[in-house]
Write a new protein. Structure first.
Length: 488
């Protein structure tokens, strides 16, 4: 997925993180992608390529962007910032918006609503053009696109999704048809924050594992079997009461959602896109059945892993997080947005990609949470398509030298990653091996909940379940595909 790909050489990461605990990250869009230590953030897209500019300005006009409400973790913070405060990301958003305002005269306004998808549909149905753009959860946007509430971005003037500040590969992946209604790129970073990772406790790894985990990953041998091997060495009943709880020591802290992450980490998608532009269900293919079996086998072993849902008490997710940060778990599968919460750890931690299913797999794959990642869209009843297209395109372009390097420097590499190897994992694997699946985005046949139940069930019900799951999924998938192509 990943718009943050190759912002600096691995050598540059080593030098800047280790010696200065800072990272000058940049994005170069040219035939030559080689960077060197003298390259600066300014030597990037702004000098290599410019967006098409609308010969018109909108002085003192609001550009209204609808966003979702969220808790303190998933609050939308990449749209608007009122002023310079010293917060790296907030200041980058402010500076980006000032660049856009200088070009077009508009003032970026963030409109926060509890049910933004309803706001969009109501606005369209009433004929009111209230929003110039929308950035909400990917799954919500997908539903709006199917129902005909969103404009085809390919037809919006001054928008060019093939420009490098858009992540066109991922845009293709999340599109049900050959038309594109959702976009993401440098303009937003919540998709990156929603990416799955494996955090590990370096002290416990040193005490129990006689291997360099980073080398295992570089050699292509980081698999579910290897993860299980490591985890089985660590679990200990610390208080000796004969009952393993979150107060004891575990090999792995995860959740039922991780079963889906591991399945996608095997490279197997529920839905395949065919050469003729159609889509087809992949649930009963031999490779998928094999992947389902291996993920189920992993989750059937409770002696080394603690599922967050199995923790008793009201604050289960807090207890799971504390088990890792307090030094009582070797591994925890979580998302990138959780990395800052590990700053309080006494033990050092490292960051790893989702493991392969087997060593023969072609590469690592890094899935993300479709229910938390955000994308940009434009309502179909937009009052001024030129304005929306030109401003969004320029926002994305201006984000390359402002928002993107701030996110990397502030949140991912230099500030929170405690070692150069973790930065390497983020930079050379996790950011460049993204995978998405239309099946989970549109959740046909409630496939996400159904598969989590199958993969974490106490008994193996895969063979008795897949036919019914496929039938339910195909029924809704075909209906939505017909809707999508009719809208096109």
């Amino acid at each position: 997925m990943n718009k943050l790909k190759q912002h600096s050489l691995l050598l540059l990461i080593f030098i800047l993180i280790v010696s200065t605990v800072a990272c000058a990250s940049e994005k170069e869009y040219s035939a030559d992608t080689t960077l060197n230590a003298d390259t600066t953030v300014q030597n990037s897209t702004s000098e290599a390529l410019l967006p098409e500019i609308l010969d018109k300005t909108y002085p003192d006009t609001d550009f209204n962007i609808l966003t979702r409400t969220g808790d303190t973790v998933w609050e939308t913070v990449d749209v608007y910032s009122e002023e310079i405060t010293g917060d790296v990301i907030g200041d980058a958003v402010y500076n980006r918006n000032m660049i856009v305002e200088e070009q077009y005269g508009v003032k970026i306004v963030q409109i926060v609503k509890a049910y933004p998808e309803t706001e969009v549909s109501n606005s369209v149905l009433s004929g009111d053009s209230l929003f110039d753009a929308v950035t909400i959860k990917m799954q919500q946007q997908a539903t709006l696109s199917i129902e005909g509430y969103l404009a085809c971005l390919d037809d919006i003037p001054y928008m060019n999704l093939s420009n490098p500040w858009w992540d066109f590969s991922l845009i293709e992946d999340i599109s049900i048809s050959t038309s594109h209604y959702m976009a993401l790129g440098d303009i937003n970073f919540m998709d990156n924050y929603a990416t799955w990772i494996v955090a590990f406790n370096k002290k416990l790894a040193k005490d129990y594992i006689n291997e360099d985990i980073y080398k295992v990953i570089r050699d292509g041998n980081w698999t579910l079997d290897k993860l299980e091997q490591y985890c089985s060495l660590v679990s200990t009943d610390l208080n000796g009461d004969g009952v393993m709880t979150h107060e004891d020591q575990w090999g792995l802290i995860d959740s039922k959602n991780v079963a889906i992450a591991f399945l996608l980490g095997s490279s197997q998608r529920l839905v395949n896109r065919n050469n003729d532009g159609t889509i087809s269900c992949n649930l009963k293919s031999d490779k998928m059945i094999d992947s389902l079996g291996k993920v189920y086998e992993f989750f059937s072993k409770s002696e080394f892993q603690l599922l967050t849902e199995n923790i008793k008490g009201a604050s289960t997710w807090t207890a799971a997080a504390n088990c890792f940060t307090d030094g009582r778990a070797l591994f925890r599968v979580t998302t990138i947005i959780d990395i800052p919460n590990m700053r309080s750890m006494t033990d050092d931690f490292g960051i790893l990609p989702i493991p392969k299913l087997s060593e023969t797999q072609d590469r690592y794959y890094s899935p993300f949470q479709e229910w938390n990642a955000t994308v940009y869209s434009i309502p179909i009843n937009i009052g001024d398509p030129e304005k929306s297209g030109a401003v969004l395109e320029y926002m994305a372009y201006a984000s390359v030298d402002t928002l993107t390097p701030a996110v990397i420097d502030n949140a991912l590499l230099s500030r929170y990653a405690r070692d150069s190897e973790s930065a390497e994992m983020l930079e050379t694997i996790i950011f460049v091996t993204g995978i998405s699946d239309l099946g989970y985005i549109y959740d046909w046949g409630s496939i996400s909940a159904s598969l989590k139940k199958v993969l974490t069930n106490q008994t193996d019900i895969i063979s008795s379940s897949v036919t019914a799951l496929e039938k339910a999924m195909i029924k809704e998938m075909e209906k939505d595909y017909l809707k999508a192509t009719a809208v096109d």
